[in-house]
Design a protein around this ligand. Sequence first.
Ligand code: TXA
Ligand code: MG
Length: 339
Amino acid sequence: MKILKINRAHINHDFIKQAARVLGQGNLVVFPTETVYGIGADVFNKKAVAKIFTTKQRPADNPLIVHIAQMSDLKKLARSVSPLAEKVAKKFWPGPLTLILPKKKNVPKIVTGDTDTVAVRMPDHPVALALIKVAKSPIAAPSANLSGKPSATDALHAVSDFGDKIEVYLDSGPAKIGLESTVLDITVDPPEILRHGAITKEILQKFLGKVVEYKHHPTGKVRSPGMKYRHYAPNARLVLVKGSQKEIVKKVRALIKKFKKTGKKVGVIGSKETAMYYKDADCVAILSNQRNLKMAAHKLFRALRKFDDENMDIIISEIFPEQGIGRAVMNRLERAATS
Ligand code: TXA
Ligand code: MG
């Protein structure tokens, strides 16, 4: 196992070549993107892609996102690209937006599951782009965490999940955004948001006019298979506390008291405004002030992993406003809480 520290402003091309060679040999590489770290394989090498599923312990029907470095790579993956899809790609790529497109036959089924579509994005990270270019093939990559665990926002999170199972980790420090990309299905009209992320509903609406949010119906066909699985879950049980700020503080304090009485180790996710009220907790993570939702997004997964490292039994979390990237933050928190 090699951890190669690679500076995004002064890329060490020898490291990129080493990582590209590993991909060429049908093995996996952990690499940085602006959202979270990815665990990647050559998209056209079925055996290599299969290793992603075994290494992550990921269910086989949960398809992968394919990462490209230039618009011309789209031709290798998508059967057709509508004028609208092209317009959206040109506007938001490279960036934290994944587009669902009609899949070309040659994209292996193991990448896309039982769907006729393929998820594609161009990451906004010079190391990822260099790796894809030197590897000369798009890279299929889910987030670099064990299935169900919080995504890796740092190379060392991936190292702690996979250790020696991965030959090369490219480490460029903390991921800028800290939450996974927005997933937009552009094969339907109006386009549908399958997963919230940093390209928010508000931003997409402004650009596209109408967009809708996909709501999971227990009986219907699952449109984004990833949404049905246990996800983002720390080992500890997570309890979400709702209400006005005053009510939240009161409820969180009461819960800290209740759980501590039963001998549990209690972590709290709070904000700058409220952290001072939670001194009785064993560990407090301040994500941001309530208005700085970008910062909350940036720190969420790191906080969940820290609670695991410190062996918390219970995590009590405040809610965040469901606007802009706050929707993505709340979506991850809700899914961590219900799993
Ligand atoms: O920011 C990100 O998107 C990161 C970085 C590494 O790019 N990747 C990531 O991958 O979060 P993953 O595998 O953890 O999440 C992929 C999501 C899943 O919810 C999956 O179900 C959905 O995208 N997805 C993939 N292909 C799809 C398809 N053809 N149709 C619908 N949903 C799809
Ligand atoms: Mg993931």
